[in-house]
Design a protein around this ligand. Structure first.
Ligand SMILES: C[S@@+](CC[C@H](N)C(=O)[O-])C[C@H]1O[C@@H](n2cnc3c(N)ncnc32)[C@H](O)[C@@H]1O
Length: 289
């Protein structure tokens, strides 16, 4: 039997399955933790004052909705995401706050965007999952006007983000079936190497690429810590497969491993990220053109 593989198959399965559902269930918690990035993007949106904005890998919509509030009813804000459950949540949120933002469930790498249809493209951790990043960013270049701005946040290396690995490191001896992370595969740390990010963007028809480190203080209530590590990340994806005794031991062990991040009734950590800004290169035929 022939198996026809489409772009981003594995990520589509993940984000329409266990990872997407976990993000929907923990939406308020994640939006609180990632709020500093929403604020940074919102300020940039206010400064650029685009009329047509695209939010890539918009998830449950927080940054698209924030941009729509900044731009107002005369602009157009569209969030695109490969995850149906996350897009449905985003649409529900838009309806409940009577926002003008629109949400499209599609793969940003292959979606047939209208040429030169957006003047700002933003993303909060939504661009590290493409199996062909050059094709994806070329497709975004095709969607951008010549004076557009591309602006996104991605994570720096795992070594600089020890908080993000705390759960899986502590749980690994108890859950030998947990797959190790592949640093070269699409995923949370796929854009950790700034030279790679510059190469991808240059090859995809972007120029004036500015990749700068930002360290952002994040926090959430201690009462949410167990939910954080039992639902999210690689541990959250497989913990439900373990028997109850193992689960109890994992929760105890992992909870203790987070002690260095507990300050009173809060969990605090620094997210080590790259803020990437780029402009469309002119006169270049890209893959997406
Ligand atoms: C880490 S989450 C970030 C979600 C959102 N930007 C936020 O900050 O709340 C990554 C998002 O990228 C989406 N994604 C992954 N691959 C994608 C693709 N090829 N096209 C569109 N969205 C994609 C996922 O479904 C997920 O919602």
């Amino acid at each position: 039997m022939n198996v026809v593989r489409q772009a981003n198959d594995e990520q589509a399965m993940l984000w329409n399955g266990v990872a997407g559902l976990a993000w929907v269930e923990t939406q308020a918690l994640l939006d609180r933790v990632l709020e500093p990035f929403e604020k940074l993007l919102s300020e940039a949106v206010a400064a650029k004052a685009p009329t047509r904005l695209l939010d890539v890998g918009c998830g449950t919509g927080a940054t698209t909705l924030a941009a729509a509030r900044r731009i107002g009813p005369h602009g157009r804000c569209v969030g695109i995401d490969i995850s149906q459950p996350m897009i449905e949540t985003a649409r529900t949120r838009a309806r409940s706050e009577n926002a003008s933002a629109e949400f499209v469930c599609a793969d940003a790498q292959t979606n047939p965007f209208d040429r030169a249809s957006v003047d700002m493209i933003i993303s909060r951790f939504g661009v590290m999952f493409f199996d062909d990043p050059v094709a994806a960013f070329a497709n975004l270049r095709h969607a951008a006007t010549d004076d557009a701005e591309l602006r996104f946040f991605v994570y720096r290396s795992p070594a600089e983000n020890p908080f993000m690995l705390t759960a899986e490191r502590a749980a690994a001896p108890l859950l030998p079936a947990m797959p190790p992370r592949d640093p070269d595969a699409p995923g949370q740390f796929a854009f950790a190497d700034p030279r790679r990010v510059e190469r991808i963007l240059a090859d995809a028809g972007w120029t004036e690429v500015d990749v700068r480190p930002v360290d952002v203080a994040c926090s959430f209530p201690l009462g949410e810590l167990v939910r954080w590590f039992t639902q999210l990340g690689p541990l959250g994806r497989i913990l439900h497969e373990a028997d109850e005794r193992t689960r109890t031991r994992v929760v105890e062990t992992v909870r203790a491993a987070f002690d260095p991040y507990v300050h009173g009734d809060e969990v605090r950590f620094d997210a080590a990220c790259w803020q990437v800004v780029a402009r469309p290169a002119r006169g270049i035929e890209t893959n997406g053109a």
